[in-house]
Design a protein around this ligand. Sequence first.
Ligand code: EAX
Length: 326
Amino acid sequence: MKREFLKFLALAAALAASGMASAQTTLRMGYALAPAPNSHYGVGAGTFAEEIAKRTQGRFRIEQYPNSQLGGEREMIESVQLGTLDLVATSSGPVPGFVPETGIVDIPFLFRDPAHARSVLDGPIGQELLAKFPAKNLIALAWGEQGFRHLTNNKRPVGTPEDMKGLKLRTMENPVHITAFRTLGAAPTPMAWPEVITGLQQGTIDGQENPISVITSAKLSQVQKYLTLTRHVYSPAVFIMSPKIWSVLSDADKKSFQEASKLAAAAMRKYVDDLEKKGVDDLKAQGMQVVMAIDTAKFQSILAPAYAEYAKKYGQAGIDRIKNYK
Ligand code: EAX
C-alpha cells in the first residue's frame, strides 16, 4: 500500500514536471503598422518575439497583432493598462495622456539628430521617464524609434511657415504637437492613426505628419501629393507591457523581457536609418513632390509662444538638460 502510494506520488510529480516543461504562455502584442519586413514596428516586434523565445527557452510566445487591428494606440495602451492586452509597441503620440511627463520628448526641434535622441532616451533622462510608468499601471520596457517627422499634404508645396496657414492637418492626440501646429497657424485636427488614410481620401483633412518610416509603410504616397522634409520633431516609440504579466515574471524573465526590448529598439532604429537613406527617393519615384528642406530657424522663431508654454509645463531646466545632453 505504502509502495503503491509512493509510485502514485512519483507519477504525479513526473506528470506535473512534463506539464511544466511544455507549458507555454502566449502574450499578445499590438502595433499600428504592417508586420515585418514592411514597418519598423513589425521589425521591432519580430525581433522581440525571437529574442523572448530564445531567452525563455520557448516558455513565452509573442503573438503579433499588426495594422491597428486591436485599435488605435490610445486604445491599445488602455487595454495594456487593464490587462486585456499584454504588450504594445506604440508611438509617443497618446502617451502623455497616461504619463504626462513624457510630453517633454515631443517638443519640436528638441533633438539635433538621431544620435542625440537615442543617447537621451537610453541615458538617465529617458530611464527616469520610463520609471514614471508603473505609477500609471503600465510597465515601459524600452524606448524605440520612428524617426524625425515630416509634413505631407494635398494642398500645396509647403516651404515656409506661411504655407501652413489654414492647412487642415491631422496631428496625433498629443498636447505638445497640437500646441505647436496651432502656433504655426495650421488647423490641427487630433485623430487616431487608423482614421488618417480615410480622412485624407475623403478630404476631411489636407495633410498629416509622420516620419519616412510611417509614410512609406502606410503607402501615404497614394493619398498625399506633397512632402516637405521638415524634421520638425523626433518621434520616439516605446514598448509597453501590462503590469498584470510583469508582476508574475521571475527576476530572470524580467531581465529577458528588458533585454529583448532593447534589441527590438535597436532593430527599429537600424530600419529607420536604412529608410532615411533611400525612402525619399522611393517616395519621389511614387510621384510625391518633395521640398527637401525648410528654414528651421524661421519655424522656431514662430514657435516662441509654444516654447514658453512648454517651459511652463515641463520646466526650462528639464528642457535644457535634454538639449545640452552629451
Ligand atoms: O505609430 O499616429 C501616428 O502618427 C504614429 O506616428 C503612427 O501611426 C505610427
